[in-house]
Design a binder for this molecule. Sequence first.
Ligand code: SF4
Length: 409
Amino acid sequence: MADSSLEITCRGCALLCDDLLIDDDQTGRLNCPNAVAWLKAAKSRLATPPALPADHSERMQQAAELLKQAKRPLFAGWQGLSLAAETAAIQLAEAFHGYVSLGNNRAQILASQRYGGAACTWGEVRHRADLILCGQCDPFSSLSRFDERIVQPEGRFRAKGESARVVYLGEAADKLPAEQYDDIIALPENQLESALLELRRLLADVPSRTNKPVSELPAEVLAQLKTLAESLDDAAYPVLLTAGGDGCSLQWTKMVRETNDRSRLHRVSVPAGPATGNPSESLLAWTGFPDAVRFSDTGIEHDLDRFQPETLIQNEAVDLLVFTAGVLTPRWSSFLKTLPANLPIIALVEQDLKLPELASPVITLEAGVLGQQTGGDMLRSDGIPLPLRPFAPDESTSLEQLLRELLPN
Ligand code: SF4
C-alpha cells in the first residue's frame, strides 16, 4: 500500500530529484512530466502486486549450479543498482573469479586516467556557477527540471535574477530549445574536434605557427569561440557539462586539465535517460581499478582493451554471462542482442525491466524495483549518494539480496 505523504527520490533522470511527494501526479504540484509518467506507471504496475514466479527457488538453484560450473564468468550491466547491490555484485564476481566489464567509453576512461578530473556537484553548479558550457549535450532536454532546479534558483553566491549564462557548443544545434540558451555555437557536422582544438588553443593563449586559426571553421564560429574563451577566462565559476559518447573525450578532458593550470573549469557528466548509479566508482573503490577487471587466485588484473565485453565475447573468453541491472540502457540492450546462442545467461533484473529477445538460454531472477518496492542508496552522476525510499514496500527481494544469496557459503 503506497504511503501518499512520503517524500521520495525519482529515478526518472540523472538529476535523481529527492523532493517528490508521491501524490504529486494528482495535485499537479510537480512540474515534471517525466516524473509524473514514472509515478503513474509505477502505481499502475503496483496496483496488482507482482508475485515471484512459482519456480523461483528452482531458478536460484540452477543459477548457483551454473556459477559453480563456470570457469570464466563475465559480470556485466550494473546500471540502476543501489550501492549495496554494486558491492554484492563485486563480491560475487570475486568469489567466482570472474571478469567485470562495465562497458563504458574506453577513450573517456583513458583520458581521465591520464589527465585527471575536475568534478563538482549539482549543488555547486546550482549555487555557484556563473557560466555553464553545455558541450554537445542539452541538459534542458535530458534533465527535465534542469532549468527549475539548477539554473534559476538563487544561491548563497548568486542573488535572485542572476542566473548563470548557459552556452551550447556542438553539432545538431537546430534541435535545441533555443530560448533556454544565452548563446549557441552551432558547429557544422563533424567539426566538434576541430572546434575543441581551436578553443584549447585560444584558452592556452598560444598563437598558431602561421598566426592563423588551426582549423577551417566558418569565420562566425571562430569569432564565437574567441568570445567563449574570453568568457571562460573571466568567469568566476565556469562549469562544463558533457554527456560522453561524442568521440571527443580526450579533447574535453585536455581542455579541462589545461584550463585548470591557469584558472578554473569544473566538469559534470550528464547521462541521458534514467538514473543509472555509478558502478565505476564502486569498482574503483573496492579494487583500485576502473571498469574492466578480472579476479583470479593471484589477485586482480586490469585491462581496458582485452576486458571490453564485446572483445571477451569475440575471443570466446567467457563461458557464462551474469547480467545484473535495474535499468536496461541502449548500450546493454545492443550487447545482449549480439550474444552467441551457446552462451548461458543468468539475468538478475528488476521486475519492470524487459529483456530483449535473446538467442541464448537465460535464467531470469527478478527483484523488486529500487525506490518503489525496495530501498537503498544510489550514487547520482555527480557522485552524491541519495536514498531511494520505497513508496510501496512489499515482500520483494532486492537485487542486493539475490546477489548475496548466490554467494558461496
Ligand atoms: S528532473 Fe528527472 S529526476 Fe527530477 S523529477 Fe524530473 S524526471 Fe525525476
